[in-house]
Design a binder for this molecule. Structure first.
Ligand code: ATP
Length: 268
């Protein structure tokens, strides 16, 4: 596993948000959000409950299309008005509920809704091989068999299957919504290793987490949302844990963050 901070963010971001606004009815949730997510890097998206993290990723996933601002993907302005647009660009989101079917095995889950056919029949051989290849590319060795039912898997193994499923589709940007939230120590370790490998295999990764230990262990950049505004989007090497907590709870820390006048405006 390479150290996160060894990786400079050069080149074109896989995803760039410029001045993104999003409201639900009269309530504006995202205010002029700017953010850059680079290939080969893990960007931790942090913020307090209700800061707008889910709204932001659902906007990028096409579930809640943005009201104003711009989304650039690999440097080109794009319009994401539904989940199909996001998938076509190579954006995959792994939500907390994982959306796995307990009664199906690992291969069936990885291809759920996008099964390969050979004539009228399912092409089980090719799907099984592709599932194995993806898992091996990610160095996943924690699954006994790809024909195991998902109901028999541990929480960490389920998360692994959900992540591998996202990667199967030649995704370029993988968004992980609190992937370690429900896991114990050993399983958290496995999932963090997998998150790092996702970046090391060239993916741009957004990692939502409330856990600062996990964030500092795996992230290259940190993007901190405060009441729907981006308080900082910077290399993690530029901040320490208590500064990130200040960004999350106050919108600023030292010279970093939303200007005091803006913080005051947010808090009115
Ligand atoms: N569909 C919706 N309709 C109306 N308001 C919404 C909707 N979705 C989110 N909100 C509001 O947007 C704000 C931001 O919520 P969001 O879920 O994006 O925050 P979050 O940072 O993901 O929080 P958490 O860490 O608790 O998951 C909240 O005030 C929430 O009530």
């Amino acid at each position: 596993m390479s150290a996160p901070t060894d990786r400079p963010a050069d080149g074109t971001p896989t995803l760039e948000l410029r001045g993104v606004d999003k409201s639900f009815g009269a309530i504006q949730v995202l205010h002029g959000v700017n953010m850059k997510v680079y290939p080969g890097q893990v960007t931790a998206l942090v913020g307090d409950n209700g800061a707008g993290k889910s709204t932001l990723i659902k906007s990028v996933a096409g579930i809640h299309p943005i009201d104003a601002g711009e989304i650039l993907f690999e440097g080109r302005p794009v319009s994401i008005s539904g989940p199909r647009d996001a998938a076509a660009l190579g954006i995959e989101v792994v939500y907390q509920d994982l959306a796995l079917a307990d009664n199906l095995d690992v291969v069936q889950n990885m291809f759920l809704g996008r099964e390969r056919k050979n004539g009228l029949l399912l092409d089980e051989v090719s799907m099984e091989q592709a599932a194995r290849d993806t898992l091996s590319k990610l160095s996943v060795r924690t699954l006994k068999s790809v024909r195991q039912l998902v109901s028999s898997l541990s929480g960490g193994q389920r998360q692994t299957v959900a992540i591998a499923k996202a990667v199967l589709w030649e995704s370029k940007l993988v968004v992980l919504d609190e992937p370690t939230a429900a896991l114990g120590v050993a399983q958290t370790r496995q999932v963090l290793d997998l998150v790092r490998r996702l970046a090391d295999t060239g993916h741009a990764v957004v990692f939502i987490s409330h856990n600062m230990v996990d964030v500092f262990e795996v992230a290259d950049r940190v993007a901190a949302l405060y009441l729907g505004r981006m308080a900082a989007d910077i290399p993690i090497s530029e901040v320490n844990r208590s500064q990130v907590i200040e960004l999350i709870t106050a919108g600023r820390s030292g010279n970093v963050g939303i200007a005091p006048a803006e913080v005051a405006a947010v808090e009115v």
